[in-house]
Design a protein around this ligand. Structure first.
Ligand SMILES: [Zn+2]
Length: 321
C-alpha cells in the first residue's frame, strides 16, 4: 500500500482551481456533475445533473462541474462550454470554476507513477488480438460490454514485448480483496468481484491517453468529492473506482445512481441514440420533465421557485446520506 506520506493531496490539486482541495476537506458535502462532452446535454444527462444539483442544495453543500474530456478523440470542441451554458440557462448554478480532464494529464501521471512505485499496476504488451487468442487458449470467450476480460497475460512480465498500456493488478498486494461491497442510496447493497467481473483494467491506454477510471478517481480525490450522483449506467464502474481509491489512499464517497431515461425502444437515451437536444429557452418546462422522472411533482411559476420547491421535496427521496 502507499504510505500517506508518499501520496500527497497537493499532487492532485486541480490546475485551474488551486483553492478547491483546501475547501474540500472542511466542507460536509461536495458533489459534482461530470459530463463527457461528446454532445450537448439531453433529457437523460439532465436527470443526473438535476439530481446532483438538488442533492447538493438539499445538503447545503457545494456542487462542482467537471468536463470529462479525458478521451479527447471522442469529444467535440466547444461542447464542454456549451454544456456549461445549458446548465446556467436552466438555473443549475455551479460553485466553482469547472475543471477539464484534458488539462490534468500531469495529475493522472503522478497518480500512475505512485501506483507503479507500489506495484499496483503493471505494463501490458497485448493487442486485442493477443487477448482474444489467450482467452481462446484458456477456453474462455466471455465478452463483457464488447470488451474482453483481460486474462492476466502480462502480470508476470512482458516476455520481451514493448509495453502498450498499464493495467491495475486486481489480485495485487492490496489490503482489501478484489471483492468490493458498497451501498448505493437508490440501488441498495452492491457487490462486485472486480477480478472476476472485469479483470485487470487499463489505467493508461495504448494510445497514451489516461483511462476514464483513473481520471475520475484522481479528480474526485482532488476535488474532495463526498457524494457522487450520476446515471445508473455508470454504477458498474463503482467497484473499480473504489479499488483505485483504496490503492491511492483516497476516501470513498457515497453513491447515488439515478434511473436511466430510456428511448422508446428501451435503449438508454444517449447522444449516440438520437436523443434530441434540450430546449433551454423554456427552463421550467425542460426542468419539469427531468423532475417528474425523479419522482418530483410538476411545478408552475418560475424555474427558480420550482428548483427551491424541489430542493425541499428532495430531502425525503433516495435515502438521504
Ligand atoms: Zn498484456
Amino acid at each position: 500500500m502507499l504510505s500517506s506520506q508518499a501520496w500527497s493531496w497537493r499532487w492532485l490539486r486541480p490546475d485551474t482551481c488551486s483553492a478547491v482541495s483546501t475547501l474540500c476537506r472542511t466542507a460536509v458535502y461536495i458533489g459534482r456533475f461530470a459530463p463527457s462532452p461528446t454532445g450537448p446535454l439531453h433529457a437523460g444527462s439532465l436527470v443526473a445533473a438535476l439530481a446532483g444539483w438538488l442533492d447538493a442544495r438539499a445538503h447545503a453543500g457545494r456542487w462542482l462541474v467537471r468536463i470529462e474530456d479525458v478521451d479527447i478523440p471522442r469529444c467535440a470542441p466547444g461542447v464542454g462550454q456549451h454544456i456549461l451554458v445549458q446548465l446556467q440557462s436552466l438555473g443549475l448554478r455551479f460553485d466553482d470554476t469547472p475543471i477539464y480532464q484534458s488539462r490534468r494529464a500531469s495529475s493522472y501521471q503522478m497518480a500512475l507513477d505512485a501506483l507503479i512505485a507500489c506495484g499496483h499496476v503493471y505494463p501490458c504488451g497485448c493487442s486485442r488480438k493477443d487477448i482474444a487468442q489467450a482467452l481462446q487458449a484458456q477456453g474462455l470467450g466471455h465478452e463483457r460490454h464488447a470488451e474482453w476480460i483481460y486474462p492476466g497475460t502480462c502480470r508476470t512480465g512482458l516476455q520481451g514485448r514493448p509495453a502498450r498500456a498499464w493495467r491495475f493488478d486486481c489480485n495485487g498486494d492490496l489490503e482489501a480483496d478484489p471483492t468490493v461491497h458498497w451501498q448505493d442510496r437508490r440501488l441498495g447493497s452492491q457487490i462486485q468481484n472486480v477480478a472476476d467481473a472485469v479483470g485487470d483494467f487499463v489505467l493508461k491506454r495504448a494510445d497514451g491517453l489516461y483511462a476514464y477510471q483513473l481520471a475520475v478517481v484522481v479528480d474526485d480525490g482532488a476535488q474532495g468529492i463526498t457524494h457522487v450522483v450520476r446515471g445508473e449506467d455508470l454504477a458498474d464502474n463503482t467497484a473499480r473506482q473504489i479499488l483505485l481509491q483504496r490503492a491511492l489512499h483516497l476516501p470513498t464517497p457515497t453513491y447515488l445512481h439515478t434511473p436511466l431515461v430510456r428511448a422508446a425502444d428501451g435503449e438508454k437515451l444517449s447522444k449516440q441514440h438520437g436523443a434530441p437536444a434540450l430546449d433551454c429557452t423554456t427552463p421550467l418546462a425542460t426542468l419539469n420533465i427531468a423532475a417528474r422522472f425523479l419522482g418530483l411533482p410538476t411545478q408552475q411559476g418560475t424555474a427558480p421557485d420550482a428548483l427551491a420547491f424541489w430542493v425541499n421535496a428532495w430531502r425525503g427521496l433516495y435515502n438521504p446520506a
